[in-house]
Ligand binder design. Structure first.
Ligand code: BTN
Length: 238
């Protein structure tokens, strides 16, 4: 994979956003490259939202070269699988079961544990992972952290290494395989959602399926709607 077999994770004390930092560093270090920071001063989420990034969370980003049109979706959904699998292992025996919510949030008991932001910048794809880990309090009322759930502390470098390895594997896998695993774990299927669609306003209905071409099939009072994921600005359960 562009020459590197092992995931390289650079650790910083503080940066603005690891999604920006990894792009600055990749010019010297080459791809794939991961950066993690203890604190982000300008962490961002999807739709231009602020991402609270205080000490204790895992804030990391990976940079890859974009080779195929579907590489961004592969990283987007495949990274959710990596985090969901990691969280399942860490939470096993606790009764908590992590869920993937469309497209790539990881929730536990209705609260957000992890958000993922994929950005395309020139020839690069950047995947940013914000995982709430050791914060004793959730950053927001509708969020949770591993510490809140288990009363334990976790080694952030070890978690970052595992996520980086997992994301590299995803990047090296065929889209169809990653999609199939993600689709089978997508908890949003069969649930009622509110979709904000670019140029189309709000659509409410049941998410019937997501097809391998990343088109969402919605049942709106018996009428079928097919919405390409690229037009979907946000999805929330109602
Ligand atoms: C979301 O809105 O759910 C996505 C949140 C993504 C946050 C991560 S934290 C590491 C990386 N750097 C950022 O500025 N954002 C992503």
């Amino acid at each position: 994979m562009e020459g590197k077999e092992k995931a390289e994770v650079i650790r910083l004390r503080e940066t603005d956003s690891t999604n920006d930092e990894v792009l600055r560093l990749v010019k010297d270090y080459g791809v794939p490259l991961f950066v993690r920071a203890d604190v982000q001063t300008a962490g961002r989420g999807r739709m231009g939202r602020r991402w609270i990034s205080n000490e204790g969370g895992l804030w990391m980003s990976g940079a890859f070269l974009k080779h195929h049109p579907k590489d961004n979706y592969k990283l987007m959904i495949g990274t959710a699988l990596v985090v969901e699998e990691l969280a399942s292992r860490l939470l096993s025996g606790t009764g908590y079961v992590p869920e993937i919510h469309f497209p790539n949030d990881v929730f536990v008991s209705g609260k957000k544990l992890c958000g993922i932001l994929v950005e395309e910048r020139g020839d690069y794809l950047v995947v940013g992972v914000g995982l709430n880990v050791n914060q004793p309090e959730p950053p927001l009322p509708l969020a949770t952290t591993l510490k809140v759930l288990t009363a334990k502390d976790y080694d952030l470098d070890a978690l970052a290494g595992e996520i980086a390895e997992g994301v590299m594997k995803v990047y090296g896998s065929p889209f169809e395989e990653v999609f199939g695993r993600w689709r089978s774990k997508l908890a949003t299927i069969g649930r009622y959602v509110s979709l904000w669609v670019a140029g189309g306003g709000e659509v409410r209905g049941k998410l019937v399926d997501v097809h391998p071409d990343m088109v969402l099939e919605i049942d709106r009072d018996g009428e079928r709607l097919y919405v390409p994921a690229e037009y979907v600005l946000s999805v929330s359960e109602v």
